[in-house]
Design a binder for this molecule. Sequence first.
Ligand code: ZN
Length: 276
Amino acid sequence: MNLTEIIESRRDQHLAELCEFLRIPSVSAKSEHKPDIERGARWVADRLQSAGFKTVQVIPTSLHPLVYAESLEVPGKPTILFYGHYDVQPAEPLDLWTSPAFEPTVRNGNLYGRGTADDKGQVHIHLKAFESLRDVNGKLPINVKVLIEGEEEVGSPHFEAIAAKYAPLLQADGCLWEGSGFDKADRPILSLGTKGLLYVQLDVQAMNVDAHSGTASFLLATRPGPCQLAYTGWPCAHSWFLRRSHHSQRSRTRRHRCSDRYGRTADGGLWSQRVC
Ligand SMILES: [Zn+2]
């Protein structure tokens, strides 16, 4: 059988396994679900093993563990890191569910259950793709690393430390992050270089003197200390810094260093504001 035939022939089996995964209420935000989180991590580790990964490890953190696996069997081929998470959001409010959150149910050709679309469905697709490819070809066509975490839905508090500690282990030529959706024409969407959370702290030294609105645009900040009036002709009041810094985060060039309209950055010596 070729790859498509194998996948088609296992459709019911794959769906049943996904439902098994979805029935584990691995809610990372609630301590009473800690045993379910552990069960979720173990479930993923076991499935990676049965998908043929020889190196599989559960990496503990002080909260919820990550699962790591690797298959590096094709020297010279690229290595792709697959990221996903086995934890889910709490199901509350429960009365808004048509069917129970942790009892996956098919309605109108769609599967409903907490985690189906984020991220257990995607994780499971990857697991079954690895398994099926290995069954057809005897090995995967590229080198693969897999990292499935259990804290994504609570902001990944230990992910940065783990990524730093295991940096050599996680090195790859590219990373496939969770999954994606379908566009209106039912084509799979592949987004490039757009994932991640950006935390920005804006510290702005505000004026400590009253100012008439008519002169606000001429106020210049000095380092250190309060603002003073300086008729420079540059609109450099704090509100403008804030406005430009917000704007720069939305710009097409994704610049996160903030600068004034002359391109000078906040750490250029003249400006006392630390705006990014
Ligand atoms: Zn997610």
